[in-house]
Design a protein around this ligand. Structure first.
Ligand code: LLP
Length: 382
């Protein structure tokens, strides 16, 4: 894959994000093939990458959008996503964000608490509207991923936990300006085994039956996102294992007639189509180590510093056949500004171009201007 990045070195000042749009299209094509014929609806989780061009490409494919701020709603509208295919999630929606969502007639709020539900009901009433909601359930499933990105246990701030669910559902049904569409789940991110998703299906079946016994049926179940990608070997696994992922839900959820399953995939749609391209500023050596110092840092790809994540690193320009071991670091004044320890690379020199792969998800969207660095530009390969 990085041949694409190599063949497309452009005259942009580094660092820049480079996106392979044909891989993005193939990835979405694969998703659409896998869900075809099933009552499945996929929303793209815009938080993974809100670059306007990426959003436009994705909206053209007809996917919905999963949004977590008023600005994300506005960006998705601008990019052409249909409001009827938008869900608005998040534990701290402000009144003005709720208004943006209601004014634009989005499909559904994924609500996280009773107070939030009451506020949405009140604002909808003032506008003379009835709005769709789904209740986010905290299913108490440990997704066995990094503790910062596991969301579905009672220790996490997300959703309504099971002992309180009946009461909250009753309350949703009582509030006159809300239309309860379904239940929403999201158990975590970068989940690389299917077991947590199988457990989620069991919880979903249990709850569908539980509420049916109480004569409550839902038009949809939102199973969230979370499918992981291969950061170690992105070239071999450019497209996430969508077949196996959707098969779990095809086999696992006992849907009632007319019921749909929604998904909110972020990382698995955009991670592999993006790379962060950076230039080697210096190669420095101390008595213990050699350091490749890049012009990109944790400000442009935070994942290694924040989660200890490892992204594959490729020297795009070195012609050397010999290799050496380097710590690949950024220029920021923080010891955590390290992309990789003891990375084996071809002999690397000042001026070489380096690609940090799988940076399409949670790279650009988490970038900051710390140390007054500029935000990188983006380049798109057709
Ligand atoms: N739905 C909800 C409610 C979410 O909170 C998330 C991600 C998604 C969907 C999309 O999940 P995905 O398919 O991308 O796993 N910055 C972290 C990831 C944070 C994920 C936050 N929520 C990282 O770089 O690994």
């Amino acid at each position: 894959m990085y041949h694409n990045f190599l063949d497309n070195i452009v005259d942009l000042s580094t660092p820049y994000y480079c996106y392979d749009l044909s891989l993005l299209r193939n990835t979405i094509g694969n998703i659409q093939k896998e869900i075809s014929g099933f009552p499945f609806v996929v929303h793209y989780a815009v938080k993974a990458n809100g670059n306007p061009r990426i959003l436009e490409e994705i909206s053209k494919t007809g996917l919905g959008a999963d949004l977590v701020s008023g600005n994300e709603i506005l960006a998705a509208l601008k990019a052409g996503f249909a409001p009827g295919m938008m869900a608005f999630a998040g534990v701290g929606k402000t009144d003005s964000e709720i208004e943006i969502a209601i004014d634009n007639d989005i499909y559904c709020f994924n609500v996280e608490s009773e107070p939030e539900m009451e506020v949405i009901n009140e604002i909808a009433g003032l506008k003379g509207k009835k709005v769709g909601i789904a209740i986010r359930v905290n299913p108490d499933i440990d997704a066995h991923t990094h503790r910062y990105i596991t969301t579905g246990t009672v220790a996490d701030k997300f959703g309504i936990d099971l002992p309180m669910l009946d009461e909250v559902v009753d309350q949703a049904l009582r509030l006159p300006n809300l239309h309860l569409r379904g239940l929403h789940f999201h158990i975590g991110s970068q989940i690389t085994t299917l077991e947590p998703f199988k457990m989620l299906c069991e919880k979903i079946n249990f709850l569908i039956e539980h509420f049916e016994d109480r004569c409550i049926t839902f038009e949809m179940i939102d199973a969230g996102g979370g499918l992981g990608v291969d950061y170690n070997n992105p070239e071999a696994n450019q497209i996430a294992p969508f077949h196996d992922f959707f098969q779990v839900f095809k086999d696992g959820i006992k849907l009632r007639p007319g019921q749909k399953v929604h998904f909110e995939l972020g990382r698995s749609i955009v991670a592999q189509c993006g790379a962060l391209i950076s230039k080697v500023v210096f190669v420095k050596e101390n008595s213990a180590k050699k350091f490749v110092v890049l012009d990109a840092g944790m400000t442009h790809l935070l994942r290694p510093a924040l989660y200890n994540a490892h992204h594959k690193i490729v020297n795009l320009t070195s012609q050397e056949s010999e290799h050496d071991t380097y710590d690949v670091v950024g220029p920021i004044c923080e010891s955590s500004d390290v992309f990789a320890h003891d990375e084996i690379l071809p002999i690397t020199r000042r001026g070489d171009l380096i690609a940090i792969l799988s940076a399409g998800a949670y790279g650009e969207s988490m970038a900051s201007t710390y140390n007054m660095r500029s935000l990188p530009q983006s380049h798109f390969i057709e």
